[in-house]
Design a protein around this ligand. Structure first.
Ligand code: SF4
Length: 407
């Protein structure tokens, strides 16, 4: 099979992995002669559902001995198959990089032969790029859960980001749809990365010249909607991973039905809006100080018709209005339409003078969303507005996703 045909098959097969977005890293690799991960980072182009589109995104192979029911590359699928050699992936990456098509490589793989045999090849690509070609561009390597700790640790020396996919939110879901995968293997692999990152940080802190270890951290991906598991459970799993494995990102990927799919899988994909709401809720957990239970009840799904921050504010109207001139940071972060950057600026400005609605508009606060919930020098929404029965209707607007989901 010629390399162009392989590229068609293996780039297409990689599109199901959402976890390629990255903000890059500021690390300059010693001895690199080609490429850089600095500046604006690597992925600066995102589709509306959060997927990024600027790395050479490939599978080493889409042959796989596992039979994960939701995956088009499972052993029982009749999808066309292909397999790159290590040298071919290295050659393509260098070639595409020199032509300015890409800024780095995202490499994953189906499992061929053994877990360690596959992991060894993924590591060999990253090692070859760094050592033989002095490649300093961004590399995101997928880890095969259950691979030996030595291989995972070596992957951390060559890659900027590592990710082992958790795939499904609960062990029961894994048992049902990906029976060869276990939470223990996935957690074990993530642990090796978390420990490598922590050791590296400790060495640096102690003034030792430690080699870089996955400087852009680790991430994971969860398929959403392949089982009936609710958003509350999905977010609780994500929250646990952020806390225990110190992940940089959890990516949520709406299940896409594949041809001849298993009867246990739903016939339809979940609404794209569900994936979008999970990303918004995830953001609230990581940057806005929300607990999972505040965002969504256990066993419940997020509202699709409004963002989770607005949903929380409408359900907790007694906490508002919040005075932008006196409220602490954690309360400012709860105001709908006010982002983290807005809050930082509000805190800086109010050291010098009180804020008015004009100031808030200049800060590009989403005034329509914020107005019922804030007090400013010249603005008091009054209890009547905050308690208005029609407030939700006024604030909830149809979005692009509504049209996409209808299509
Ligand atoms: S191990 Fe990965 S590639 Fe193989 S069937 Fe499962 S999800 Fe697909």
């Amino acid at each position: 099979m010629d390399i162009r045909r392989k590229l068609d098959i293996l780039a297409d097969a990689a599109k199901y992995d959402a976890s390629c977005a990255s903000s890059g890293s500021a690390t300059k690799r010693r001895d690199s002669r080609l490429g850089s991960t600095e500046g604006m980072g690597i992925c600066h182009s995102y589709t509306p559902d959060g997927r990024c589109v600027s790395l050479l995104k490939l599978l080493l192979t889409n042959y796989c001995v596992y039979d994960c029911r939701f995956c088009v590359n499972r052993v029982s699928s009749d999808t066309p198959r292909a397999r790159f050699t290590v040298a071919e992936v290295i050659g393509l990456t260098i070639d595409f990089y020199r032509r300015n098509y890409i800024e780095g490589l995202f490499l994953s793989s189906g499992i061929v032969g053994s877990v360690d045999g596959t992991m060894e090849q993924l590591v060999a690509v990253a090692r070859g790029l760094r050592e033989d070609h002095g490649f300093g561009g961004y590399i995101h390597l997928k880890l095969i859960p259950g691979a030996s700790a030595e291989l995972v640790a070596e992957a951390g020396l060559w890659a900027d980001r590592l990710s082992a996919n958790i795939e499904l939110p609960t062990s029961q879901d894994l048992q049902l749809l990906a029976p060869e995968k276990t939470r223990e293997d996935i957690d074990g692999t993530m642990n090796v990365v978390a420990e490598g990152i922590a050791e590296h940080a400790a060495d640096r802190k102690a003034g030792l010249k430690a080699p870089a270890f996955a400087p852009a951290g680790q991430s994971t991906q969860m398929v959403v909607g392949a089982t009936p598991t609710a958003d509350g459970t999905i977010l609780a799993t994500a929250d646990e991973l952020y806390r225990t494995q110190r992940l940089r990102r959890v990516y949520y990927s709406a299940y896409s039905p594949t041809p001849h799919a298993d009867a246990r899988l739903p016939a339809l994909r979940p609404p794209l809006m569900r994936e979008h709401r999970l990303y918004q809720a995830d953001w609230l957990l990581r940057f806005y100080g929300f607990d999972v239970a505040e965002v969504v009840a256990p066993g419940a799904n997020l509202a699709l018709d409004m963002d989770p921050k607005l949903a929380w504010a409408l359900a907790n109207r007694d906490r508002f209005p919040v005075d932008v001139n006196t409220a602490p940071r954690e309360l400012l972060l709860r105001i709908p339409g006010v982002g983290v950057r807005n809050v930082n600026r509000i805190l800086a400005i109010r050291r010098h003078h009180g804020l008015t609605t004009d100031d808030l508009r200049k800060l590009k606060v989403n005034w329509k969303a914020a107005a019922p919930f804030v007090l400013a020098g010249d603005h008091n929404p009054t209890v009547r507005l905050l308690d208005a029965v029609g407030l939700k209707k006024k604030l909830v607007q149809p979005t692009l996703f509504d049209h996409l989901d209808d299509a």
